[in-house]
Structures are given as structure tokens and as C-alpha cells.
Design a protein around this ligand. Sequence first.
Ligand SMILES: [Cu+2]
Length: 207
Amino acid sequence: MKNGLISILVVVCVIFLGIGLGAAVNHATNSTPSINSIKVGYTLNLVVKMEWYNASVGYAAKYMVLEKNGSLGSSAKINLPASQVIRIDIVSYDQGISPPYLQSYANVKGTISNSMILTTGNSTMNSSLSGSQALQVSSVNCGEITHTFSLGINSTLLNIPVEAGHNVTAYFELNNVGIYDWWCMCPCGEAAMSTPGWMIGEVDIVT
Ligand SMILES: [Cu+2]
């Protein structure tokens, strides 16, 4: 009798365990990871705006790091942690259009889901948003791009196209420690494009 009871209990437990596991598996397959629920280890805030270069060039577009205290720092050398999810926010005050050298630089590359979130920022210009406030996109129109933030030769590690006057947010992870070059893949001005801290620079991936 006692053995019989134990057998029944075991069967009941196995059935409940089965239902539980089934529910867990079902839940796992049904839930798509949301880009907003990603655990972020570090945030990089970049700003692109027109700054005075010199008397012969005049104003040129410049990437700057928005520091935690609100000041704008140099983008010539950016330190980023290895093997952590990095959130990058780029605010473009630059309203000028300079389509990238190649159509492929209009694609988002190297970020989680190869996508980014595009939001209206300081612009009244038309864009891929078509009235939406925020859109998750994997590319934008070449004719709306002002700059890119690209890492590695030919954007091998990262390519984030920035729409003129708009904001973008993306998430990425870099696993190889080392020093890499970042570039803008748009012909946005010879002086800026050859000056570290303007449209080129270094990213130092550290542990
Ligand atoms: Cu540029």
C-alpha cells in the first residue's frame, strides 16, 4: 500500500515536472529578446556638431564624447571595455548630408541584431522615420546620412550610419582587446577626415 502511494506520488511529480518543463521551453521559444532589455555594461555618448577648424577650412563636422559631467571631450582616443555590452548613443546636430562612399555603409553592422534605434533629434528633415518617434532599423537611405561611426578597416567591426539631425542608439560587444581605428565613411570634409578627434580616431579595447 505504502509502495503504491509512493508510485502514485512519483507519477504525479513526473507529470507536473513535465508540464513545468514544457511551459518553460514554450516560454523560451515564444519570447523574443527585446533590444531594450539588454544588460548594458558601458555607455558611450557621442555628439556630432560643427566646430571651428581653422581660418582656411572654417567650420567642420566633429565627433565628440559627451562625458558624464556634461562636458564634451575628445574622440581622438576612446577607451571601451572588452566583452561587455556597450550602448552607443549618437546625437547629430549636423544637418548636412554627405552620403557614404559605398551603399553598404548605409547598413548597420556589428551591433546586436545588426540594427539600431533611430529617433528624431534636432532635425525637422524628412527621414526613414516617416513620422514615427523611434524605429529599429538595419539600414537607412544614403541620401539621409551625414556621417558614419565605423570601426576597423572597411567597417569590419562596426558600422553605424548617422542620419542628419537625428539620434541613433545601438548595442554592441567587442571581444578582442587591442587598438582599432574608427572612421567616418562619408566624404564630409578633407580636414576633419584626416584629423584625429574629428572624423577619425582610435578605439582602445581594454579589459
Ligand atoms: Cu563624417
